[in-house]
Design a protein around this ligand. Structure first.
Ligand code: TYD
Length: 213
């Protein structure tokens, strides 16, 4: 399982679709999924999380909903795909809970880890790519995209600055599992950096895809 994570508006969507194409172009069986969501039941929970006003849920309720969705996603999508020898690319995973609810949201990392242990136990992705971008550029990009799934964007710039720092802090704890990618580069440069990281980690010879976004 390869996770692409980072601040809102960092380009995870495009880059995870490109990575999927790069894997499939060389005949690797792979699926693309996302959190919150990624299975029919988890997508139902996603709707509760991403719409409405920021105060609708407090950090703890948010965390519990994220983990309810995550467990459904793992059971119904991720674990069956891995058991069938497929690559799983996920647009966000547990580090979003650590960064958003744990560190930026003031629940604290320990609380997230306790819930994580109960809901997920030992399972870990093999590689996590953190797309790093200043919160001002990221929020502008997310705003330009528009849409109604903007409950998190409405939490403001200071919150998102803490989220960015949180991802960097988490990545520094385990350099073998995490790679930080500068997402202020062009899309094609980001794709190249992602492919380099994946090739290095898994001894592959993938080529970046730069079309079909
Ligand atoms: P996402 O669909 O990735 O939104 P975007 O495409 O705008 O980046 O995620 C929706 C929001 O949910 C996003 O603002 C981050 C937040 N989130 C958490 O707070 N905790 C989590 O565990 C996850 C997976 C997402």
């Amino acid at each position: 399982m390869i996770v692409i994570d980072g601040v809102d508006g960092s380009g995870k969507g495009v880059q995870s679709r490109r990575l999927l194409q790069s894997l499939q172009a060389q005949g690797h069986a792979a699926i693309l999924t996302r959190e919150p969501g990624g299975s029919p039941a988890a997508e139902d929970i996603r709707k509760l999380l991403v719409t409405g006003e920021p105060e609708k849920w407090d950090d703890m309720t948010e965390l519990l909903l994220m983990y309810a969705a995550r467990r459904a996603h793992l059971r119904d999508t991720v674990w069956p795909a891995l058991a069938a020898n497929q690559w799983v690319i996920s647009d966000r995973y547990a580090d979003s809970s650590r960064a958003f609810q744990g560190i930026a949201g003031n629940l604290g990392l320990d609380t997230v880890e306790r819930v994580h242990d109960i809901a997920v136990s030992e399972f870990q992705p093999a590689l996590v790519l953190i797309l790093d971008l200043s919160e001002s550029i990221a929020l502008q990009r997310a705003e330009d995209r528009g849409g109604s799934e903007n409950r998190f964007e409405k939490k403001g710039a200071a919150y998102h600055a803490r989220v960015r720092d949180a991802f960097l802090q988490i990545a520094a704890t385990d350099p073998a599992r995490y790679r930080v990618i500068d997402a202020a580069q062009s899309r094609d440069q980001v794709s190249r950096a992602i492919i380099d990281a994946v090739n290095q980690r898994f001894e592959l010879t993938l080529e970046p895809t730069t079309t079909g976004d």
